[in-house]
Design a protein around this ligand. Structure first.
Ligand SMILES: *Cc1c(COP(=O)(O)O)cnc(C)c1O
Length: 434
């Protein structure tokens, strides 16, 4: 399978080139030239398949022999070694809990798969060393750092804004040590993103240290995220739920999760439509309603994982669906405020005895607004509520117990390297590491 750049369909790369480059040299994002549709019997028979079985079947079809099936089996099994349960929250309304992995947010799935796939390629070329550079507002850094922790040949540089991530989030990458360096930038998340992009595009720097991106710029993060969309549907079949009209609601920031859902649909997932839900950083919402894509600087909210002002995967959404008319047929877009988030967390807790994190609460609200009678709704619940305990506790008026998995990180020693906000400082730092 070849992968084309969203800026030029003729500029293609192999899977290995695409994942180690991260971004295409022309600044575009890589997409598979062809999206392979799963055979109908696969979809009908999914009800009795395990999550790793479904993941392997999808990956093996999608990669078209680029990775040896035995190796791929191993990568998929190792990625999906935690449960992704579908909980019935209310009649006809479900939450797909994507947060039972090591960092308790959905990015673990994509990050672990990408890390294992890269490790496979690095193993094929002894002596190869790669620097993974990852700007984060919290969850990406921890998922990527944990995915690559202790992996030979790889060093992870997490770039994060000094005052922009929560105490728990910082612990999840800064307490790892070893091959993970936490670079605390004296700036905003947008500055971190900018610095990382500059480093990736710096050809001279890359002669000294091979850098790649591990955000959803990297196409290796998208495929594994299709696994759980299919698995959600399989669990509906398994629970005997009406699957004639299924709607899936996704809390959106950089649109990587939504792009994967749309890819799953193109692969044959029988879903009626998607609901994209944003906070006040509602760039995609404005695009769907006005037809104009207008990025702007992000504003901070109590759902910080959704604070994105220029969604990375926008080009992939239009590559998958076409113009705004086409997008509107498949995606209904919503946007909510901090007050709406608090209200939703509190109401769902009272009415359904189910605790949502701020990001998932936004998704729930959009799903409720959009569902028609007789439809089945699935919310992609993207983080454990304890990861965002401050707003959740404010909403429900009681403490949220901290899972042991998170307590473990909090106890570790943090290793933080402060960095001045400016490309020269980052460049000099990286050159000293090479
Ligand atoms: C990253 C993240 C999102 C947004 O996902 P995108 O793929 O960037 O749209 C939503 N919720 C949580 C908890 C996240 O960490």
């Amino acid at each position: 399978m070849r992968y084309y750049s969203t800026n030029n369909r003729k500029a293609t790369a192999s899977l290995e080139e695409a994942i180690f480059r991260g971004m295409a040299p022309d600044g575009g994002l890589y997409m598979p030239e062809r999206i392979v549709r799963m055979p109908q019997p696969f979809v009908n028979n999914m009800r009795n398949m395990t999550l790793p079985d479904i993941g392997f079947a999808l990956a093996n079809f999608a990669l078209q022999g680029d990775v040896d099936p035995d190796v791929l089996h191993h990568i998929v099994d190792d990625t999906l070694n935690f449960p992704i349960p579908l909980r019935r929250v209310a009649p006809g309304r479900f939450a797909l809990e994507l947060f039972h992995g090591p960092t308790m947010a959905f990015k673990d799935v994509g990050a672990r798969f990408m890390a294992r796939l890269m490790a496979h390629y690095i193993g094929l070329r002894p002596g190869r060393r790669v620097g993974v550079i990852v700007p984060t507002s919290g969850d990406t850094g921890s998922a990527v750092a944990n995915g690559f922790a202790h992996m030979p040949g790889v060093h992870v540089y997490v770039l994060y804004p000094r005052d922009g991530v929560s105490y728990v989030q910082e612990a999840q990458f800064a307490a790892l040590g070893g091959n993970v360096t936490a670079l605390e930038v004296d700036g905003t998340f947008d500055d971190c993103k900018q610095l990382a992009e500059q480093a990736l595009m710096d050809a001279d720097l890359n002669r000294h240290i091979t850098l790649t991106s591990a955000t959803t710029i990297n196409v290796a993060r998208l495929l594994p995220q299709t696994f759980y969309y299919f698995y959600a549907y399989a669990q509906l079949l398994n629970q005997g739920v009406d699957t004639s009209r299924v709607v899936m609601a996704v809390p959106c920031a950089n649109l990587g999760n939504l792009a994967s859902g749309l890819m799953a649909r193109a692969m044959g997932l029988p879903v009626s439509r998607f609901v994209s839900v944003e906070n006040q950083n509602n760039i995609f919402y404005n695009y769907v309603h006005s037809g104009q894509y207008v990025p702007r600087p992000s504003v901070s909210s109590i759902a910080p994982a959704l604070d994105a002002g220029n969604p990375t995967n926008f080009a992939r959404i239009t590559a998958l669906l076409g113009d705004v008319e086409q997008v509107r047929k498949v995606v209904h877009a919503y946007s909510y405020t901090d007050a709406d988030i608090l209200d939703t967390i509190s109401r769902v807790d009272r009415e359904h005895n189910y605790l949502l994190d701020p990001q998932s609460a936004i998704g729930w609200r959009g799903m409720e607004a959009d569902l028609q009678p007789g439809e089945t709704g699935i919310l992609l619940a993207t983080a454990h509520p304890a990861k965002f305990s401050a707003p959740v506790e404010m909403a429900i008026g009681r403490q949220v117990p901290m899972p042991l998995q998170l307590v473990r990180f909090l106890r570790g020693t943090r290793h933080v390297t402060p960095l001045r906000n400016g490309y020269t400082a980052l460049r000099n730092y990286l050159l000293r590491q090479s």
